[in-house]
Each structure stands twice: as structure tokens, then as C-alpha cells.
Design a binder for this molecule. Structure first.
Ligand code: F6P
Length: 336
């Protein structure tokens, strides 16, 4: 049974992720198709605090499905962490007549969404908030997948394939740092995909001898002449790791920090398609009276979960993937 929602706002917040634009487009088009006005809130939660918005109609989101970044800009808002900041945001919602907000982002965005929904309820406001997970880190507990992860992985793989060519020619060791301050999903997925010698992630305590030196030694004994070590940002400094490899093996590794290049670029089909379905579901949740939800993927299905419960869910790191990586890094020509 559809509730009569008249106007909603959509925003992107935190680190951008390829596919955010596709999600914005889906939110706007679905809203309009259901007779709901849509307003774009710019620069994340700061836009709600500062009344920084633009009206959005169906044509205004044309030609963005294929674009990285976010047409709404993004930011991390310190002010929104305070009750005073959120009170200003609620005042903007009232002024604009917003009954729903779709917030596209990662964990920080969702903490803001939860705080806003609680404060709105206390203030007797009808405002409902729905979150869409978009972060290249893929580290949202309730969702198997987050928008942007696939594109970031493919970008990193493409760059590392190029590095491998030159490492192979010079018979060198490459230490590549990928993003992920708190999460190793990107590093592990990329590591498997490029056939890394070793991968270091924050979820797995690093024993340098076991996890790096020994793996390089084994590969060397098996006849490998170049070595690719992938390090998640949160697992230690790539430069320090390269120094230690030099100390322990005598090689002279080259360090590459891929950095923000992983956050940009044309979103892959997987990210566009997921973002489109999530944007659609977010608006349907609001239109059908299911507010304060997080849209998530679970085993390939799109579901909407109670926000409070969803944010308490923990994603258990896929250590089985780590085992796959270790097993495939073995280059012995004869069985063990
Ligand atoms: O959360 C996504 C992410 O790209 C992390 O992997 C990274 O640690 C962080 O954002 C970098 O943030 P900033 O854009 O503030 O440098």
C-alpha cells in the first residue's frame, strides 16, 4: 500500500564510489515515476545543514549513469555529528517539505542517517531515512556488496597488470598499496585476481617472516623471478614493507601507491546495475511506508533491512579467500 510521500531528498556522502551517479539517477527517476518530487542535497550531510540543494527532474540525471564521481558532490561532515548540526538539518527538511532522505555512502554516512532518524522521531518529524551502501571498501556489515567495489577492483587490477609487465622484465619485486584503511576486501580480491605472491590485510595480523619473506623465498625457489606484494592501506606502510623486504631478501622493491585513482573512473556494469536496483528499492521503501531502512544485497538479492538492526550486523571476513590466495601463490612444479 503506497503512502502519499510528496517530496524526498537524495545525497551522497563520505568517500565517493563509482556508481553513485547511477544510484542518484535511479532514485530521481523512480521518485518521479511515483509522483514524488526529488531534491538533490549537495556536499553530503553538510548540504542539509546549509540548505545547499538543487531541484532534480528526470532529464537532470540524464547521461550520468556512465560517470564516476558524484554529480551531487560529497563531503564528510563534522557538524552533522553534533545534535545542533542535525537540528539545523531537520529545519532544512521542514523548510523544503522533505519527508524522506536517501543517503548514499558508507559506514559514516549510515551512522549519520541513524542519528538523524532518531532525532527526527524525538522531534515528532515524519522524516524517514533510507541508506544505500556505496563504498569501494565493501565493508558494510549488512550488505554482501557495496556499490563501487567492482570498479575499484578492476581499476587496481588493470594498474597492477601494467606494473607486472615491468617487474617481470626487470625481475623485480613490486609492493603495491591499495585503499582500505580498515578493510582488506579490496586487497584480497585484487590479490587473488592478479596472482599476488603475498597480500597483507588489516584483518589478518601480519607476521612478516611467515606472510612475506617466506612466500617470496618459496616463490624464488620454485623459479619465480618477479614478485607482486599487495598491501591494504590499513595493514602497514608499503614503503616500510619494501624496506623490510630489502633487509630480509636483498632485493630492491619498487613501491606504488594506487591511492585515489581507485575511487574514480567509469563504473562497471555490475556497479551500474546494482546501483540502479538499489536506488529503485530505496524509493519504493519510502513510497510503501518502510522508512529508516538500509538497502542491502544478500546472496545477490536486494533487500531492505531495519536500519538499527542492519547497522548492528557484522560481516565476517572471508578468510577462505585468503586460503585460496595462499594456495594459488605456490609455483612449485611438482606436487607437495
Ligand atoms: O572509504 C573509502 C576510502 O577510499 C578508504 O579506502 C580510504 O582509506 C579513504 O576512503 C580515503 O579517504 P579520503 O578521501 O578522505 O582520503
Amino acid at each position: 500500500m503506497e503512502r502519499q510521500v510528496k517530496r524526498i531528498g537524495v545525497l551522497t556522502s563520505g568517500g565517493d564510489a563509482p556508481g553513485m551517479n547511477a544510484a542518484v539517477r535511479a532514485v530521481v527517476r523512480t521518485a518521479i515515476n511515483h509522483g514524488i518530487d526529488c531534491v538533490g542535497i549537495r556536499r553530503g550531510w553538510n548540504g542539509l545543514i546549509n540548505s545547499d540543494f538543487i531541484p532534480l527532474d528526470a532529464p537532470s540525471v540524464s547521461h550520468i549513469i556512465n560517470k564516476g564521481g558524484t554529480m551531487l558532490y560529497t563531503a564528510r561532515s563534522e557538524e552533522f555529528r553534533t545534535a545542533e548540526g542535525r537540528a539545523k538539518a531537520l529545519a532544512t527538511c521542514k523548510l523544503l517539505g522533505l519527508e524522506g532522505i536517501v543517503a548514499i555512502g558508507g559506514d559514516g554516512t549510515f551512522q549519520g542517517a541513524l542519528a538523524l532518524s532518531r532525532q527526527a522521531a524525538q522531534a515528532g518529524s515524519r522524516l524517514q531515512v533510507v541508506g544505500i551502501p556505496a563504498t569501494i571498501d565493501n565493508d558494510i556489515g549488512c550488505s554482501h556488496y557495496t556499490i563501487g567495489f567492482d570498479t575499484a577492483c578492476n581499476t587496481a587490477v588493470e594498474c597492477i597488470d601494467k606494473l607486472r609487465d615491468t617487474m617481470q622484465s626487470h625481475e623485480r619485486c613490486s609492493v603495491v598499496e591499495v585503499m582500505g584503511r580498515h578493510a582488506g576486501y579490496l586487497a584480497l580480491y585484487v590479490g587473488i585476481s592478479i596472482g599476488a605472491t603475498a597480500v597483507l590485510i588489516p584483518e589478518h595480523e601480519v607476521d612478516f617472516d611467515r606472510d612475506v619473506t617466506e612466500k617470496i623465498r618459496r616463490a624464488r625457489l620454485a623459479g619465480t623471478t618477479h614478485y607482486m606484494v599487495v598491501v591494504a592501506e590499513g595493514a602497514g606502510s608499503a614503503f616500510r614493507i619494501a624496506e623490510r623486504i630489502k633487509e630480509e631478501t636483498g632485493m630492491d622493491p619498487r613501491v606504488t601507491v594506487l591511492g585515489h585513482i581507485q575511487r574514480g573512473g567509469t563504473p562497471t556494469a555490475r556497479d551500474r546495475e546494482t546501483a540502479s536496483r538499489m536506488g529503485y528499492e530505496a524509493v519504493m521503501s519510502l513510497a510503501q511506508g518502510r522508512g529508516n531502512r538500509i538497502i542491502a544485497t544478500q546472496d545477490g538479492r536486494i533487500v531492505d533491512l531495519d536500519m538499527e538492526e542492519a547497522l548492528g550486523m557484522v560481516k565476517h571476513f572471508q578468510m577462505d579467500r585468503y586460503e585460496v590466495l595462499e594456495s594459488l601463490a605456490n609455483t612449485r612444479s611438482t606436487p607437495l
